[in-house]
Design a protein around this ligand. Structure first.
Ligand SMILES: Cc1cc2nc3c(=O)[nH]c(=O)nc-3n(C[C@H](O)[C@H](O)[C@H](O)COP(=O)(O)OP(=O)(O)OC[C@H]3O[C@@H](n4cnc5c(N)ncnc54)[C@H](O)[C@@H]3O)c2cc1C
Length: 310
């Protein structure tokens, strides 16, 4: 219960203009500023530096250009062109080719057809260059439309893309079967958003039980699933379940967020598991940052100490 209260509180704070201005002033200005713990920086060059550093430690990565819903087609077009530039910069840099994005960034709230066109523009540039594009999952009003768009493009022949399913949602059991039937890659997460009781489990124990159930199916039956969690219990279960059933360590990957449980990330790589680090970057980092604080209010103390020391 504490979990959902804290999530709700931080989601509320994420809309505060005052906090946003405060964070923007202090969060990124120095290499040691507090937001840099979770966000690689504001520019693509900083993201690529972080990607190199992460690769040097034996991880793979996915780059996420932070941004939430845009309010006009012009902004959606600008976000799409940003992604095209990122693809070119990644190719030029030689780091791994994997990107995560959100459909509302591409204009889903403005016009669905334009968002699909924008995603197609990105895939048309990315797929021939060997990228994998992961479509992040947003809150529950977007679940169905995100999966529909994914299925449409899949039927049109795009294959180097995957989706995210959230264990917290009641519907995910069905969605898992639906996406597995396509043979598409799924990233399983607990779910970062504050959701109504009618669509989601609210108790942490229920979310964890659902995560465990879904993860077991993915590990034995799905195409290269991504187990995206920092929860040592879920990670332990994944290790045992896969080992007991002869699922080799290269048939799936763990995924974790940049700056979260770096110790655990390192341990898993040392043990021979694949670990992909999700590297967010960009000017619009505040809502993402607030979601991370909401997951672990102890992070607030870390932020306050950092602000005080500046
Ligand atoms: C690679 C990746 C991609 C994701 N993509 C999406 C997405 O598309 N849509 C979506 O809704 N959600 C996404 N999420 C977020 C996810 O839904 C959860 O909100 C988040 O991962 C926290 O849940 P957890 O499984 O780590 O477990 P929790 O039970 O929240 O955490 C387990 C332990 O991990 C550590 N931990 C977790 N979060 C933090 C933190 N912020 N700071 C410090 N320590 C922490 C703590 O030690 C905690 O005890 C993604 C997560 C990952 C790792």
């Amino acid at each position: 219960m504490l979990g959902s209260t804290s999530k709700a509180f931080f989601h509320l704070l994420a809309h505060s203009g005052f906090l946003k201005r405060l964070a923007s002033r202090y969060g990124m200005r120095r290499p040691t500023s507090f937001a840099r713990r979770f966000i690689a920086g504001e520019t693509i060059a900083e993201a690529i530096d972080a990607a190199r550093e992460v690769e040097g430690r034996g991880f793979t990565h996915t780059l996420d250009h932070l941004g939430e819903s845009v309010a006009s087609l012009a902004d959606a077009d600008a976000a799409t062109r940003d992604y095209l530039r990122i693809i070119d910069a990644v190719v030029a840099s030689g780091v791994g080719r994997n990107i995560s994005l959100k459909l509302t960034q591409l204009g889903l709230d403005v016009d669905k057809a334009s968002a699909v066109d924008n995603l197609r523009r990105i895939l048309d540039r990315a797929e021939p260059a060997g990228f994998f594009i992961r479509i992040d999952m947003e809150n529950s009003p977007y679940t169905e439309v995100t999966l529909e768009i994914f299925e449409t493009l899949w039927q049109q022949g795009y294959r180097q893309m995957g989706v995210v399913l959230q264990a917290a949602l009641h519907r995910t059991e069905r969605d898992l079967q639906r996406i597995m039937k396509l043979g598409a890659r799924i990233r399983l997460v607990k779910g970062a958003y504050q959701e109504p009781r009618s669509v989601a489990y609210r108790k942490q124990a229920d979310v964890e039980a659902a995560y465990a159930r879904l993860m077991k199916v993915l590990l034995t039956d799905a195409q290269y699933p991504a187990i995206a969690t920092h929860d040592p219990a879920m990670i332990g279960l994944a290790r045992h379940w896969s080992a007991d059933r002869g699922v080799a360590a290269d048939r799936f990957e763990f995924q974790m967020l940049y700056g979260v449980r770096r110790d655990l990330q390192t341990t898993l790589v040392r043990e021979g598991y694949r670990v992909r680090v999700y590297i967010p970057f960009g000017g619009e980092w505040f809502p993402y940052f607030m979601r991370r604080l909401g997951e672990r209010p102890a992070n607030v103390a870390f932020v306050l100490r950092a602000i005080a020391s500046e």
